[in-house]
Design a protein around this ligand. Structure first.
Ligand code: HEC
Ligand code: HEC
Ligand code: HEC
Ligand code: HEC
Ligand code: HEC
Ligand code: HEC
Length: 205
């Protein structure tokens, strides 16, 4: 999170946050033109009238993005509807300081900014390096459990089908093939820091 944004958010009525995709927040979440914040249901309805197929199902899940922003809070299209110029896609680093993985990859390979059934806005189908995609389930926030970031067979699901496995073909641990050794039972992020792009703890800058 960018520090300036965190400061600004401290003033927002986050108590109205709902994670069930339910009601739009109360009108007290007044748009802030400087930050592009705003949760105007009329804007959302207008955009979804044409973009329901691409975005509607994800948006329906609800997320902190949905609580804090309407479509224009990120896209800044204003009244250019229908568009007279091709809308530029926003970049995550306007507001966030995490580093992608592998470094240089796009954030949207793992995350869907519009919403997801998974925790942390992790895509329901992660984009693989070979151009394909793979389904992943990320439930709870912790470690290598059934609801965590990796699968190791039996109750946890087929080995190799977790978020931190599906792309890997050449790592020393946690490959998609399921045949590489596991090596930790605690939260991957304790050692593989998202702020550096998830490298092993003794690597990187
Ligand atoms: C009248 C129909 C219509 C409305 C309303 C509309 N759009 Fe679009 N939008 C389009 C079309 C057509 C395209 C170009 C084809 C495509 O990518 O879907 C487009 C493209 C886009 C793109 C670029 C997609 C890409 O893949 O690069 C974004 C982002 C976008 N619109 C966002 C919005 C937002 C946000 C709103 C509301 C403020 C909105 N649109 C309202 C029809 C509409
Ligand atoms: C938190 C910021 C954010 C909000 C809120 C947001 N978008 Fe996006 N949107 C993005 C980003 C970032 C991308 C580019 C994703 C990528 O690179 O694949 C994107 C991509 C798109 C695209 C291109 C197709 C796609 O699915 O990638 C469309 C269309 C679109 N958004 C429409 C909308 C509409 C309609 C809304 C409101 C219901 C909305 N967005 C709300 C950030 C946002
Ligand atoms: C206009 C600012 C803005 C943009 C653009 C934006 N975000 Fe966010 N995002 C926020 C804010 C504010 C929050 C809520 C505070 C937090 O959790 O950091 C948030 C929350 C999140 C969360 C935590 C959600 C959860 O439920 O755990 C993730 C993950 C995330 N953003 C990823 C992304 C990604 C990936 C992109 C680009 C595809 C993106 N964001 C674009 C502002 C933005
Ligand atoms: C390899 C998949 C992957 C990629 C690529 C990725 N993320 Fe994440 N992201 C995660 C996972 C898993 C979590 C939850 C665990 C964690 O925070 O370490 C997460 C959490 C987050 C959060 C919430 C952090 C919090 O403390 O609540 C934000 C914000 C975020 N990512 C933004 C980004 C941005 C911005 C990018 C691109 C620069 C990006 N992510 C690229 C997998 C990814
Ligand atoms: C979108 C695809 C993708 C996802 C999802 C993914 N990785 Fe990776 N990762 C790669 C690629 C590509 C490599 C290079 C080696 C290979 O191809 O097996 C790699 C290599 C690594 C390495 C060794 C190289 C380095 O960075 O120093 C570590 C550690 C790693 N991944 C951790 C993780 C963790 C932790 C997660 C879950 C948060 C994760 N990966 C999820 C694509 C991914
Ligand atoms: C206690 C710290 C710690 C935790 C927790 C941890 N790792 Fe690691 N990880 C390391 C260290 C140290 C290395 C480098 C030495 C090695 O390969 O064993 C490493 C290496 C890796 C590699 C291979 C890198 C390569 O060069 O091929 C992958 C992939 C990986 N970890 C994924 C994960 C995943 C996924 C999780 C969560 C289930 C996780 N790690 C949890 C410390 C940790």
């Amino acid at each position: 999170m960018r520090p300036w944004l965190l400061l600004a958010l401290a003033c927002l009525p986050l108590a109205c946050a709902s994670s069930d995709g339910g009601e739009a927040p109360a009108a007290s979440a007044a748009p802030d033109a400087a930050l592009g914040l705003g949760t105007d249901p009329a804007i959302v309805a207008r955009c979804l009238s044409c973009h329901e197929d691409a975005v509607g199902a994800a948006w329906a899940h609800g997320s902190s993005h949905r609580v804090l922003f309407d479509c224009d809070g990120c896209h800044h299209i204003g009244d250019d509807v229908p568009h007279t110029k091709a809308p530029a896609l926003p970049t995550c680093d306007t507001c966030h300081s995490e580093v992608a993985h592998p470094a240089g990859a796009v954030c949207a390979g793992c995350h869907d900014p519009h919403g997801s059934a998974n925790a942390f806005l992790v895509r329901e189908r992660v984009r693989l390096p070979d151009g394909g995609s793979a389904p992943v389930h990320v439930g709870a926030a912790e470690g290598s459990s059934a609801d965590g970031l990796v699968r190791q067979g039996s109750d946890a699901g087929a080995a190799g089908t977790g978020l931190c496995e599906v792309c890997h073909t050449a790592t020393a641990h946690y490959r998609a093939s399921g045949d590489a050794a596991a090596h930790a039972t605690t939260f991957c992020g304790e050692c593989h820091d998202h702020q550096r792009g998830f490298p092993p703890p003794d690597a990187g800058e």
